[in-house]
Design a protein around this ligand. Structure first.
Ligand code: PEP
Length: 259
């Protein structure tokens, strides 16, 4: 691994390609561009989460150290009769060092907070650093969303061994901002970074809170990256759509490098 930002102080840019691009040829092209940009903007930690089917082939041909690979999901069992699922050990063997757990698009397909709780220690055991995605579905005026996010975090981290908190990244991604035209304003992002940190400190203690990374995701693009990456208490961004577009990606990596 090229070194976690916690130690190096670098901002992370997690590129979540979701179910894109359609062919391996295009995935290789996108990877080559991302790899070159990562070599230029050396002060940013770059993680690519390609579709699982492309993971091994992309990782196999990569000799550099500037890019790391993430799986987009794993199952909570290590092996067995689970048709269509992929284990932590399998994605690690394919070249991943990270895994996104509990992404809103997985939660929308039925993954629960308890499922996320099971997956986190399984990923750690499989030598994958979990990027745990949390975020409210709607922003209500009674503050219910605060309970929703706090509960997602405390449930997800309940079975993490003390020594492994340093391997955790929390990606705060309000569901209403994923795929939306605009991200929330930077004050709101900052408030939620503080809420995530306070939740961890309250539930698990200050020391563990300090070792965790907290990033933001949802409609990050070339126009807002500089402002978002300047938000205090934020360790990076998780990027969907803009990570598929070299022009927009370059602006985000540059903002992360400069932050
Ligand atoms: C995401 O995939 O988690 C995401 C934040 O998507 P987008 O950047 O496209 O909103």
């Amino acid at each position: 691994m090229c070194g976690r930002g916690t130690i190096s102080g670098m901002k992370s840019v997690i590129c979540n390609w979701k179910m894109n691009p359609p062919t391996f040829t295009e995935a290789k092209r996108l990877f080559d561009v991302t790899k070159k940009l990562a070599a230029v903007y050396k002060n940013a930690e770059v993680v690519i989460a390609p579709p699982t089917i492309f993971l091994r082939e992309l990782a196999k041909g990569y000799r550099g150290t500037r890019v790391e690979f993430s799986a987009q999901n794993i199952f909570w069992e290590e092996s067995g009769s689970f048709t269509g699922e992929t284990s932590s050990i399998q994605v690690r063997d394919a070249g991943a060092t990270y895994v996104i757990i509990g992404h809103a698009e997985r939660r929308a397909l039925g993954i629960t907070d308890e499922n996320v709780q099971h997956k986190v220690p399984v990923s750690l055991k499989g030598k994958l650093d979990p990027i745990v995605a949390v975020g409210e579905r709607v922003r209500d005026t009674h503050g219910e969303y605060v309970h929703e996010v706090r509960n997602q975090i405390t449930t997800a981290l309940a079975n993490v061994p003390a020594s492994k908190f340093k391997n955790i990244t929390i990606a705060y991604e309000p569901v209403w901002s994923i795929g939306a035209p605009e991200a929330p304003d930077t004050n709101s992002v900052h408030q939620m970074m503080l809420l995530v940190r306070k939740t961890i400190a309250d539930a698990f203690g200050e020391k563990k809170m300090k070792s965790i990374r907290v990033i933001y995701g949802g409609a990050v693009n070339n126009e807002n990256a500089k402002d978002i990456l300047s938000v205090p208490d934020l360790d990076g961004v998780l990027v969907g759509r803009a990570s598929l577009d070299p022009y927009r990606l370059e602006a985000i990596l540059q903002a992360a490098h400069d932050a």
